[in-house]
Design a protein around this ligand. Structure first.
Ligand code: GLC
Length: 663
């Protein structure tokens, strides 16, 4: 059951598609005090949700913010990442979901100030609250997802492995990356183009010196079964003669400052304007710009810097330089020294800057901070709506860094600038179900870590998790150690693990599409399936992927294996590379399993089947008709496989299901 409550006069976010009539009574369970909602948590309650954020699947014991933030250091003490996903699910004696629909900042104090109190503090007193209850956690998620609309569907090839780096700087380098993958027979479906493919970091341009043969490159890569995926940034460079800049200025499509002038910020290209993604006309104009690349044979994009990231504003730079002059003359003591030291870091993403520019939203002028969390969402919406106009018969790959609930209809997300840290493998795992709850099914982390230097064992262990993520991409930052699968000693092991992804594809795609089309979870916490099992409810390092399997990756350096908890009897399937080397039924309980670096284990649930293809070096080569069934099942048990042409955006679940029976 879904109930909607309206407080004040909220701004529309377009997150919810079919709004139920507003209730006049007070919401049950919750207390209200000023701009906060309060719930007294039972000791056994688990609080799931919040999509992209730090810490556990169970969010208890920390304070989080929904405030899209460009922060490349994801620590335990971090409060907000790139997305703002105001959905939580309380699971205990009472079970209910809450969605706070407001485009401004929201704080979720989940037992931080007071260990048994959940307090939701809204910066803006005008908001809508959706309360969903009367079912299991799975029911609540499905009802919530029906409310917010179906998740974005990527093309089938986007389930292949992608290689990225900031940046492959020339056509030649891209060709080399492709060649290294192909000559080593490590499967690959896409190579990402980071900002250096552009001319001076200008959206919708190509650096013709570095990429003189861009169109030919796209074509040649396609011949090798590889898609090129360019990045698009949220800011438009100020440069005379640059068409996007000039059209934006002429038509008033950029965000304005207090004086009504186009707001100036510094991002990658230097001084930029932000297209007013919230304004319908500007949004349609920006969306149409993707045509420049679609016309060159491009079939996928990643949208970046759309929190929006602000390195500096012109005004702040001036203030900071003036202040520095003051410090120059001072005798810096304990107080002033640290102020001085911190001053330069206040230039970036300064809250004052976010309060100093304006949008035209639904016909009204609105200050940015009031609608901050919508920028990335509406940038991706601008692309998504354009793709519907420009490529109505094709799925275009799209994922974004910043997001708000509602954006899940237009694209997936990647979880931003993580690091080559072991703890970030686990963070990746924990975030997946929370993202799924909010409709973000096509998502994944930068495998191997974006910042910092990676080691072979870290990338390998991360890959062993990444093969189960819908978006499987290895990405790293400029200046860090190379971490392509061929960059380390044991290429064979990488070939095996990535190859296994391609054996699993029919199952993973099938489970993804069923989850998307039925508004279900693709990756679930164990507590969803075994709510009565107190141990299972607290497992934070294992996941259920689809209906048949559970995974338990290794995420510690130098570990020879790990302890796995089985809530019930399951069948272990061990892969050495792509080959199944062990099948063994294990009883319920804890087990220590040795898992060498080059191996992957998974667990098949009782009564379930796992179809495996024979693999391929890209998605197109995978033969969906030659599937081998593995299972913890008996003759007559079956699996319902979803498959389709992988490109059509309009699919009907029932027409694409096929039952495979164990003979
Ligand atoms: C941002 C993105 C990262 C990208 C970099 C350069 O930090 O999150 O993925 O590589 O910008 O474009």
């Amino acid at each position: 059951m879904i109930k909607r409550y309206v407080f004040g006069t909220p701004l529309e976010t377009d997150a919810v598609l079919n709004k139920p009539a507003a209730c006049r009574d007070k919401p049950p369970y919750l207390g209200k005090c000023e701009n906060a909602l309060i719930y007294k948590m039972d000791e056994e309650d688990i609080v799931y949700g919040l999509g992209e954020n730090v810490r556990g699947m169970n969010k208890r014991g920390w304070i989080y913010e929904s405030n899209c933030t460009d922060d490349p250091v994801h620590l335990e003490e971090t409060k907000s990442l790139y997305g703002a996903h105001n959905f939580i699910l309380v699971s205990g004696k009472k079970q209910f979901g809450l969605f706070l629909d407001t485009p401004g900042k929201v704080v979720f104090d989940i037992g931080y100030t007071n260990s048994s109190q959940l307090k939701i503090i809204l910066e803006d007193g005008d908001y809508e609250l959706y309360l969903i209850d009367g079912g299991t956690p799975d029911d609540i998620i499905t009802w919530f997802r029906e409310l917010i609309g179906s998740s974005y569907l990527p093309p089938k090839w986007a389930f292949g492995f992608g290689q990225s780096r900031w940046s492959y700087a020339s056509s030649k380098e891209v060709r080399q990356v492709a060649a290294r993958y192909r000559e080593n027979h490590i499967p690959l479906d896409s190579i990402y183009l980071d900002i250096d493919y552009m001319e001076r970091y200008k959206d919708f341009t190509i650096d013709r010196e570095a990429f003189p043969d861009f169109e030919q490159l796209v074509e040649d890569m396609k011949q090798q079964g590889i898609h090129l995926i360019p990045i698009i940034d949220g800011g438009v460079k100020i440069e005379d003669g640059y068409d996007v800049y000039e059209e934006g200025v002429k038509n008033g499509f950029f965000c304005k400052d207090e004086d009504g002038d186009d707001f100036v910020v510094g991002v990658w290209p230097g001084k930029c304007h932000f297209p007013d993604m919230l304004d319908e006309k500007a949004r349609a104009w920006f969306g149409d710009k993707y045509k420049f690349l679609l016309d060159k044979g491009i079939e996928g994009f990643w949208n970046d810097m759309n929190e929006p990231a602000i390195f500096y504003s012109e005004k702040r730079l001036k203030k900071v330089f003036e202040k520095l002059e003051e410090y120059r003359k001072m005798n810096l003591d304990v107080n002033t020294f640290f102020e001085f030291q911190d001053l330069v870091s206040t230039i970036s993403k300064n809250p004052e800057d976010y309060r100093s520019f304006y949008h035209t939203y639904k016909g009204k002028r609105i200050r940015h901070d009031k609608v901050h969390n919508l920028f990335g969402y509406f940038m991706t919406r601008s692309a998504g709506e354009a793709f519907e106009r420009l490529e109505p018969d094709k799925r275009i790959l799209m994922f974004s860094r910043a997001s708000y609930i509602g954006m899940h209809r237009y694209g997936g997300i990647w979880t931003g600038d993580n690091k080559s840290w072991w703890s970030h493998i686990l963070l990746n795992l924990k975030m997946m179900p929370s993202l799924n709850m909010c409709g973000f099914l096509y998502s994944g982390a930068d495998i191997g870590g974006f910042g910092a230097d990676a080691t072979q064992d870290l990338v390998m262990r991360w890959m062993a998790l990444g093969i189960f993520m819908p978006l499987m991409r290895d990405h790293s930052a400029r200046g860090t150690r190379r971490q392509e699968a061929y960059a380390f000693e044991d290429i064979e092991a990488f070939r095996g693990i990535i190859g296994l992804r391609y054996r699993l594809l029919p199952y993973l795609y099938s489970e993804f599409m069923k989850a998307a089309l039925k508004n279900e979870m693709y990756a679930r916490p164990l507590g969803f399936v075994w709510p009565e099992d107190r141990i299972a409810r607290r497992v934070e390092d294992q996941l259920l992927i689809g209906e048949s399997i559970m995974i338990a990756p290794v995420y510690e350096q130098n570990a020879v294996g790990r302890t796995v908890y089985l809530p019930e009897e399951m069948k272990l399937l061990r892969f050495h590379g792509q080959e199944v080397t062990e099948q063994r039924v294990l009883p319920a309980g804890h087990h220590f399993l040795e898992i060498p670096l080059e191996e992957v284990v998974l667990f098949i649930r009782k009564g379930c089947l796992l179809p495996l293809a024979s693999g391929g070096e890209n998605v197109e080569q995978v033969d969906w008709n030659q599937l081998k069934l593995y299972g913890f099942a008996e003759k007559g048990d079956s699996y319902e496989l979803y498959d389709d042409d992988g490109v059509s955006p309009h699919v009907i679940l029932e027409e694409n299901l096929r039952r495979i029976v164990l003979k």
